[in-house]
Unconditional design. Structure first.
Lengths: 464, 484
């Protein structure tokens, strides 16, 4: 059997030195060797995904270092197609001496399963070739990553704390019970190759800071959080992480004295920091797998208008400079920016090769990468409404779209603002999204999904 | 299962002297405690989909977590290799928490060692809570393909409205070895088997779904015909009601929680708030309630790591402390938080054996095991009969709590309205919300029918951990129920 060779794209590294958290040439060689060995041992097709990541985290409690962690992970995931059968395997033991026996056992195991002719690799014309996303997507900052020495990481985490400042000028009636902060820098490297010549590599970095503040205000405890994230260090530092603590403090303080107000139908405004939560069940229902398993409330909805004209949702996997962007999906299929719901009409399901083969639907990608809701100007801003600033538990039935979520936020009546908690919203996704009044163009830069502040008419709230 | 000590040393290719050397490196930065957590886990899964068992696989995860404590502060690193070089490198990374470049405040206020008593002695196989008869690692996928097919047939035969059945068998066996700076060496082999089935039903107009699972710390001997019959019966149970279910009118009302899975109330509303890390940081709504009356004196709430074969049970927690049965609330008094070694030292007491972690990649934190309320005296039928207007709930999918405020929610998959003491209209897919201390104080009746739920419950506090829960039938006054 002829050995398959790959031209593996390699990002450029400062000084030519491969940083910790990036696959080494030896690890890449092992991935290629594993693929060839699997074919030699009887697999008809094979896909290897080798991944490696590094994260260094500094956690603070009340302005002092509480935890320092250093995490480095590797995994070799192996998809095997043998005699018309399929299995998936993984190991974090990158030892060439153990790989052959691992593969033999895996192939024997696949042979015990039922034949499934729908299990195949994607057709080669759909998959990525010789691509590296490290530079082309603007989500990799190796220099920034390396510049964050242990001392700088601690300095960054401690510098963002507001605890000492609050202690030196305490507010009457307010006690800071705790301030927890976390700074992390991370790097992740993924190499995907398959026996049809697919080669994709994604190397990206991330810098994150988040803080959670718990206050005692009178008899009650309130808490809130704030965070920043960016793949590029300079942009992360520009995002003013030092203001996170004060933001969380202010948000917590606003909640003091929250009550449940009477049940009823209210106009609902959902804050940009949590609005994507309401779009997620819709996007999940567009999963080809859920549709094929009859586990989706958007079954048979392709090409049909099921939501308001105001609802246009796109999958935008290739946004520049945005963490989470990707050039290829988990099968190595090339991603592209596409509309999935256009003016209320379902335009695309997320259809993997397996689901496409099963159903006859056109294949697309395995999943939505980044939901982007097109902003829609509201005709008339409401004066009386409940502004939801956070969710507390709840669920949505994938089959019916019936949902019920705990919420917190504010009852707004003109100039009056009353914090609310201990309330629930209940309804159905079709009704909710048909009652969309407006979507603001204010989605946070730091968030993966781009969904702004949303306004819905006539939502059932349960409270007192 | 507890095997001879040498089995674990061989598995991880180290000697006791190596362990001492690594701990020495871990403490070289000035830390005052170090521990090592070795793990070799083998996972397997097998899926039935569209009528056939056509996919599956296995997975290996191997590594060592090294923790260094300096006062309450943690340095943590791990390696996926047990070579001396990699172990030393990880130990030195964790050691930075005690290094001069890290600002460590005075720990003079912290008295004594990390625990007032040590856990010496070798693990005792006679006290094993999950002896394995058939190790999953020595089985092959071929013998479980017919099991899932049989489960499919049993389910399909029960309801003509079924349009899809899917099922999964997941297994895990983990060899664990722990060593710390007290020279305590503990080891354990932890099995876990989970079998679950989902079904979609259609009456021609609407579609409904249901799910049932069982999970035990057992080997392959857990798979029996009786277990499959139990799962098949559960996944089709109450489907007539599911099709007829409506949303109730929302608002505050009395909630009767059926025995078993309703234990999610304890897990979310109380259990998390009793975990001592939240209390050590002053965040929990119960932080100042220790020793105080928090509910009716007929109520006792337990977190138990000792139930044989239970999903939440352990021989030792992930810090090498023997698992135990811990009363959190005894006769209405809050008697104990759930401790790991850090919080136990902070409070100057012994750990309750609740230090748990998802894997070697995580440092341990206080986590629940099997959390339940002991039985009371009331007959469940009398509890329902005592309610003029409310709901009865008995199946759940998920829950959540906000620790600071104590607000909790849980999602109800199925239940009924209660009108004048009788179960009437079926309800489904509603969230229930309340406040932990208030809800605990409003439990006014406790049934005599405690049941531990053996479903595949997983708690997601920072890390995943297998748990279980249980409760007798209870009546909680004035919870807010979602509705239209």
């Amino acid at each position: 059997m002829k050995e398959i060779r790959f031209d593996i794209p390699t990002p450029s590294f400062p000084g030519g030195v491969i940083p910790e958290g990036v696959l080494t040439p030896e690890e890449i060689d092992l991935a290629v060797l594993t693929l060839n060995k699997a074919l030699e041992l009887g697999a008809s097709q094979c896909r290897i995904t080798a991944s490696k990541s590094l994260m260094d985290l500094v956690a603070t409690l009340n302005g002092e270092v509480d935890k320092v962690t250093h995490s480095m992970d590797r995994a070799m995931s192996i998809a095997l197609f043998v005699d018309g059968k399929f299995g998936s395997f993984s190991t974090n033991r990158f030892l060439s001496s153990e790989m052959e026996s691992f593969l033999k056992k895996a192939i024997d195991s696949v042979r015990m399963l039922a034949v499934d002719p729908c299990r195949t690799l994607p057709s080669p014309e759909r998959t990525i070739k010789d691509a590296s996303s490290s530079m082309s997507l603007g989500i990799c900052d190796i220099e920034g990553n390396l510049s964050m020495t242990p001392e700088k990481r601690i300095e960054t985490a401690l510098g963002a704390s507001g605890f000492a400042r609050w202690a030196s000028s305490p507010r009457e009636g307010v006690t800071v019970l705790s301030e927890e902060g976390e700074f992390s820098r991370s790097i992740a490297d993924i190499l995907l190759i398959d026996s049809q010549g697919t080669v994709g590599r994604q190397t990206d970095t991330a810098f994150d800071y988040g803080t959670e503040v718990t206050l005692q205000v009178g008899e009650g405890k309130v808490s809130s959080y704030s965070w920043r994230s960016n793949p590029i260090l300079s942009k992360f530092l520009e995002s003013d992480i030092a203001s996170c603590a004060d933001e969380a403090f202010a948000k917590a303080l606003e909640k003091a004295g929250a009550v449940a107000i009477p049940s009823g139908k209210y106009t609902m405004v959902v804050d940009k920091d949590c609005s994507s939560r309401l779009l997620s069940p819709v996007v999940n229902a567009l999963s080809g797998s859920a549709v094929q398993q009859k586990n989706s409330f958007l079954m048979d909805a392709l090409g049909k208008k099921v939501f308001s004209d105001k609802v246009t949702v796109s999958d935008c996997p290739r946004m520049q400079g945005q963490g989470g962007s990707r050039l290829f999906d988990s099968e190595g299929v090339v991603t592209r920016n596409e509309t999935v719901i256009g003016n209320g009409t379902v335009k695309r399901y997320s259809v993997s090769t397996y689901i496409a083969n099963k159903t006859g639907m056109a294949p697309s990608v395995d999943d939505v990468t980044r939901m982007v809701l097109t902003p829609v100007q509201i005709k008339e801003k409401p004066s009386t409404y409940i502004k939801v600033t956070g969710f507390n538990g709840g669920n949505c039935s994938p089959v019916t779209g019936d949902f019920s979520y705990g919420i917190e936020g504010f009852f707004i009546d003109g100039e009056k603002s009353v914090p609310v908690h201990g309330m629930l919203i209940t309804g159905n996704m079709f009704t909710l999204w048909n009652n969309l009044l407006g979507a603001e163009d204010d989605s946070p830069e730091k968030a993966l999904h781009k969904v702004g502040t949303l306004t819905f008419a006539g939502v059932d709230f349960s409270g007192e | 299962m507890i095997q001879p000590q040498q089995y674990y040393l061989d598995t991880f290719k180290v000697t006791v002297k190596d362990l001492e050397d690594i701990v020495g490196h871990a403490l070289s930065g000035g830390g005052d405690w170090a521990d090592l957590f070795f793990e070799n886990s083998s996972f397997s899964d097998l899926f039935l989909r569209d009528g056939e068992v056509s996919s599956g696989g296995f997975h290996v995860d191997y590594g060592v977590g090294i923790r260094v404590l300096s006062g309450d502060r943690t340095g943590y690193a791990y390696t996926e290799s047990t070579s001396p070089k990699d172990l030393r490198s990880a130990a030195l990374a964790a050691a930075t928490i005690g290094h001069g470049s890290v600002h460590i405040p005075s720990i003079a206020s912290l008295e004594g060692g990390y625990v007032p008593r040590l856990y010496r002695g070798k693990p005792n196989p006679a006290a094993d809570r999950y002896p394995i008869i058939r190790d999953w690692r020595n089985t092959s996928a071929s013998e479980f393909v017919p099991v899932l097919e049989s489960l499919r047939d049993k389910v399909m035969a029960k309801d003509p409205r079924i349009i899809k059945v899917s099922a999964i068998l997941q297994t895990q066996v983990s060899d664990i070895m722990m060593f710390n700076s007290f020279s305590e060496l503990k080891y354990d082999t932890r099995p876990m088997g989970t079998i679950a089935v989902s079904a979609r039903f259609s009456d021609g107009k609407t579609t409904r779904s249901n799910h049932a699972s069982r999970s035990f710390r057992m080997g392959a001997e857990m798979i029996t015909d009786a277990l499959l019959d139990e799962l098949a019966a559960e996944v089709v149970r109450g489907m007539d009601d599911r099709f007829a279910a409506k949303r109730p009118k929302g608002g505050k009302m009395d909630v009767v929680m059926g025995s078993g899975a309703s234990g999610i109330l304890l897990h979310e509303a109380m259990g998390h708030a009793f975990e001592a890390d939240f209390n050590r940081k002053g965040q929990s709504i119960f932080a100042e309630s220790l020793g105080k009356k928090v509910c009716n004196e007929n109520i006792s709430i337990v977190d138990d790591g000792t139930i044989k074969y239970n999903r939440g049970s352990l021989n030792f927690d992930d810090e090498g402390v023997p698992a135990q049965r811990t009363y959190m609330v005894e006769n209405g008094i809050l008697t104990s938080f759930l401790h790991d070694r850090i919080s136990a030292r902070h409070y100057g007491i012994a750990s309750t054996g609740n230090g748990r972690r998802e894997s070697f990649r995580y440092n341990p934190i206080p986590r629940m095991r099997a959390t339940y309320m002991e039985s009371g005296n009331a007959a469940p039928s009398d509890i329902i009969a005592s309610v003029k207007k409310g709901i009865y709930v008995d199946e759940f999918s998920n829950g959540q709590v906000k620790i600071g405020e104590g607000d909790f929610t849980f999602f109800v998959k199925s239940g009924h309205l209660i009108e004048d003491g009788h179960l009437t209209m079926p309800v489904s897919d509603i969230n229930v919300i309340g406040n932990g201390p208030e809800a605990l104080a409003r439990i006014v009746a406790v049934g005599n029918d405690l049941k531990i739920d053996d479903g595949a419950w997983t708690c997601g506090k920072e890390q995943s951990a297998p748990v279980s829960c249980g409760i007798p039938t209870v009546l909680v006054k004035d919870l807010t129920v979602g509705g239209e």
